[in-house]
Design a protein around this ligand. Structure first.
Ligand code: PLP
Length: 452
């Protein structure tokens, strides 16, 4: 079709396939989708391509309508082998957490009501005492995410003052979250001390003057320094701060309530240790190793938590009722000491290799001779345990670079998309990061793709 023959909007509207559905869709939406399609036809004809027939245009309009009316954010299957995959939404939630979130969103909730008095209360009560009980902290505050928690903490406590950080910890966490930028945003002045690989207690001590408000530790979440390195421990920082009447802020990033060493992983700083050591405030994420919904958890000394609660920024970083209900349900798993069997992140970490091997065997059977089960590693991810990984069994599909990329694409474009990872021209699928209830869907996807 040439440009001058391109149909007008009305012509498309009266095509029998469109005319038959006009009552089903809002007129304005239909017209705007037709316009978009015609614009695309114009562009491709101008670019030297042959334009589509009227039937072709109508078919494209229907497809466009379909995709406009479907939410783009959908559930996917994570077979990538990264448990806390930020781009895939981090932690999958426990059954109890999902139920609590559903309950809280279905109707009204006693979000900010003092049930005894019937008057206004604080939404924080639903998690504060739980967090204090679990961590030993005096007080707690939960906000939108950890980045906003750190920003709130620095703004409320260190604005126009200096905060000392080891140069090796003035890091970028990923997604553009850089500690120096957050400090600048808060109005606190960052003082970096030491060198990239070595910082000593005396570096902190020498930088202290009357304008310093706090010493800060930032967990180097996504990288690890190897070789000749030295960092000042939290205990040492707290010792120096105590002598100089300063606060210690501890950004743990992931922050674990369980000891990762018990699962054959590298040690990850535990939340309880930070409190016990005496940090003024400790910050961590709700959706990393805690395994709950997105949230920023701030715990520590009451006098500082109270200051944060009263700061105007606390309102703009506020957490909503749905995630608050989910976070409380996740925390209850820890209080009941059932996190390893109920919180999916910990179920994945704790899954025995034998079980994973069995599942990998079932998946690879669906592929006939095209795949084999190989040894591999699962990454915890999410800025926890840099370099830390768990042994796993992978289904490896080996069939040349192009073919492997094509299979990866087909898996991604399915109704329930499946994400693997490509390494050295092999498509790798890791059962450890896939919920067991999703096995059936994977097996069907693989057998359908390979039958074709
Ligand atoms: C992940 C991380 C953050 C950001 O946490 P979000 O919950 O993603 O906002 C901040 N600091 C550290 C050290 C982190 O690892």
């Amino acid at each position: 079709m040439e440009l001058r023959n391109l149909p007008g909007v009305d012509k498309v509207l009266t095509h029998r396939r469109i005319a038959g559905i006009t009552g089903k869709y809002p007129h304005d939406l239909l017209v705007s989708v037709i316009r978009e399609q015609l614009e695309q036809e114009r562009i491709s004809i101008a670019g030297g391509k042959v334009g589509g027939s009227l039937d072709g245009i109508v078919k494209a309009v229907l497809g466009r309508l379909d995709s406009v009316l479907k939410p783009t954010l959908r559930r996917v299957i994570n077979a990538s082998g990264v448990i806390l995959h930020t781009n895939l939404g981090r932690a999958p939630l426990s059954r109890e957490t999902i139920l609590a979130m559903e309950e809280a969103s279905r109707g009204y909730a006693n979000l900010e009501i003092d049930m005894e008095k019937g008057s206004r209360g604080s939404r924080q009560v639903h998690v504060e005492s739980l967090l204090c009980r679990l961590t030993g902290a005096e007080a707690a505050l939960v906000v939108n995410n950890n980045a906003s928690g750190v920003l709130l903490g620095l703004t409320a406590l260190a604005r126009r003052k200096k905060v000392i950080v080891s140069r090796g910890q003035a890091v970028e966490i990923g997604g553009g979250f850089r500690i120096p930028d957050v400090m600048r945003q808060s109005g606190a002045r960052l003082v970096e001390v030491g060198t990239t690989n070595c910082t000593y207690a005396r570096d902190f001590e020498q930088a202290i003057d009357e304008r310093v408000a706090a010493l800060m530790r930032v967990h180097s979440s996504n990288f690890r320094l190897l070789g000749f390195t030295s960092e000042v421990s939290l205990e040492e920082l707290i010792g120096i701060a105590g002598k100089n009447n300063l606060m210690v802020l501890d950004d743990l990033g992931s922050g674990s309530l369980l000891d990762t060493k018990a699962f054959g992983l590298a040690p990850e700083p535990m939340v309880q240790q930070s409190v016990k050591a005496g940090a003024s405030l400790t910050f961590f994420s709700g959706d990393k190793l805690l395994g709950g919904p997105q949230a920023g958890v701030i715990i520590g000394k009451k006098e500082y938590v109270d200051k944060l609660k009263k700061h105007p920024l606390a309102r703009s970083a506020r957490i909503d009722k749905v995630r608050l209900a989910g976070l409380a349900a996740t925390l209850l798993h820890y209080l009941r000491e059932e996190a390893v069997s109920k919180v999916p992140v910990w179920q994945m970490i704790a899954a025995p290799l034998k079980e994973i091997e069995k599942r990998a065997g079932l998946w690879s059977k669906a592929l006939g001779g095209e795949a084999k089960v190989v040894d591999g590693e699962t990454m915890v991810g999410g800025g926890s345990l840099p370099g830390g990984s768990l042994p796993t069994k992978l289904v490896a599909i080996v069939s040349g670079r192009k073919k492997v990329q094509e299979i990866g694409r087909k898996l991604r474009l399915r109704e329930r998309p499946v994400f693997g990872r490509i390494e050295k021209d092999r498509l790798l699928l890791d059962p450890r990061t896939v919920l067991p209830e999703e096995d059936e869907i994977i097996v069907r996807a693989l057998s359908e793709i390979f039958k074709k």
